[in-house]
Design a protein around this ligand. Structure first.
Ligand code: DOR
Ligand code: ZN
Length: 365
């Protein structure tokens, strides 16, 4: 059966450019997005150099403007050195990303005063996304509540975390959250199959009981976000494997499988992959934008056939259900499986570009 759905929105991806195009660049990363049914991605700032000021933001925007195949936004990173200078850049960004825990790249806010200052300075109307694990989630929520501002918690993975967010929501706090497909579909028990280096990811793969708690608290989860974080096979299999999984091309089929099994409704899925990200991140309407999905098509995941440059996946060999057949973005067909059929540079920045359809081109005489 062919279904027409809205273009999906992924509020959490890592595009690796500038600085690490041996892992991914804006072209390969957004090709993976289109193949996965995403027409808009919000990219994280832990690039090289990290996006923390005007020159780094402009360098990233330059790469994205030239190469992106789908629409995009850029997060600016909160660092110890941009307490005062980040906020004026807010209009050019999708939001502020704060890393309270250590992960890939140098961005990490270690003290409470810096976290508070960033939250106080950042405009209320623009989102703040926080990478916080365990008790640090409680701290972040507490600071945001005191400042009466909203907060979005990235990649919630554990039972104690989802219950904490549930309690915060019950108190009426303006807290939202996202969960990744890998934390919904993988646990520590998958590590031997995936391999020790390849299974490194932050937050780490968790216990079965954590996974079960995520599914039991679906109502608390606002968004499904891939945290698409490609690293090369050599890096993942090497001495000091960096954390991260690619995820753009497997997210929708994994979740459609859950719909097929009755663990999720189609409405639940679209709320979390379109409606809620659009609302939480105040994204403009992508007019005349839709994806066509063959929801019954079965396929076996093979890293080598994916569009992500890293060409591996933690879901290798799994049989998935659902394939994106066509993607229309702003009135133009941009993807016809298995090919991207627009040129790099078609994608627009959601903060600064117009998302209206392109004017109809005159028919050549
Ligand atoms: O596993 C992860 N990889 N978690 C993160 O927070 C960062 C990401 C990356 O950039 O590789
Ligand atoms: Zn991430």
């Amino acid at each position: 059966m062919l279904l027409t759905l809205p273009g999906l929105i992924d509020p959490h991806v890592h595009m690796r450019e500038p600085g690490q195009t041996h892992k991914e660049d804006w072209r390969s990363g957004t090709a993976a997005a289109l193949a996965g049914g995403f027409t808009c991605v919000l990219a994280m700032p832990n690039t090289r150099p990290p996006l923390v000021d005007i020159p780094s933001l402009e360098a990233a925007e330059d790469c994205a403007r030239k190469k992106a195949l789908c629409d995009y936004g850029l997060f600016i990173g909160a660092g110890a050195d941009n307490l005062e200078t980040a906020a004026p850049l807010a209009p050019k960004t999708a939001g502020l990303k704060m890393y309270l825990d250590r992960t890939f790249g140098p961005l990490q806010l270690k003290n409470k005063a810096a976290i508070t200052a960033h939250m106080a300075n950042w405009p209320a109307a623009k989102p703040i996304v926080v990478h916080a694990e365990g008790r640090k989630i409680a701290m972040a929520i507490q600071i945001a509540a005191r400042l009466k501002r909203s907060l979005h918690i990235a990649h919630v993975s554990r039972k104690e975390e989802i219950l904490l967010i549930k309690a915060a929501k019950e108190k009426g706090l303006a807290v939202t959250c996202e969960v990744t497909p890998h934390h919904l579909f993988l646990t520590k028990e998958d590590i031997p199959r995936i391999g020790p280096g390849r299974s490194e990811v932050r937050p780490r793969l968790a216990e079965k009981s954590d996974q079960a708690a995520l599914w039991e608290n679906l109502a608390v989860i606002d968004c499904f976000a891939t945290d698409h974080a490609p690293h090369t096979k050599a890096e993942k299999d090497g001495e000091d494997p960096p954390p991260g999984f690619p995820g753009l091309e497997t997210a929708l089929p994994l979740l459609l499988g859950a719909v097929h099994e009755g663990r999720l409704t189609m409405e639940d899925l679209l709320q979390r992959m379109h409606d809620n990200p659009k609302r939480i991140f105040s994204l403009p309407e992508q007019l005349v934008t839709m994806i066509q999905v063959d929801v019954d098509a079965r396929w076996t995941v093979r890293g080598e056939y994916l569009k992500t440059q890293c060409a591996w996946t933690p879901f290798e060999g799994m049989s998935l259900r659902g394939r994106v057949i066509q993607v229309d973005l702003r009135g133009t067909t941009v993807y016809e499986a298995p090919d991207v059929i627009v040129e790099p540079g078609f994608g627009r920045n959601i903060s600064t570009g117009s998302l209206a359809p392109d004017p109809v081109k005159p028919i050549p005489m």
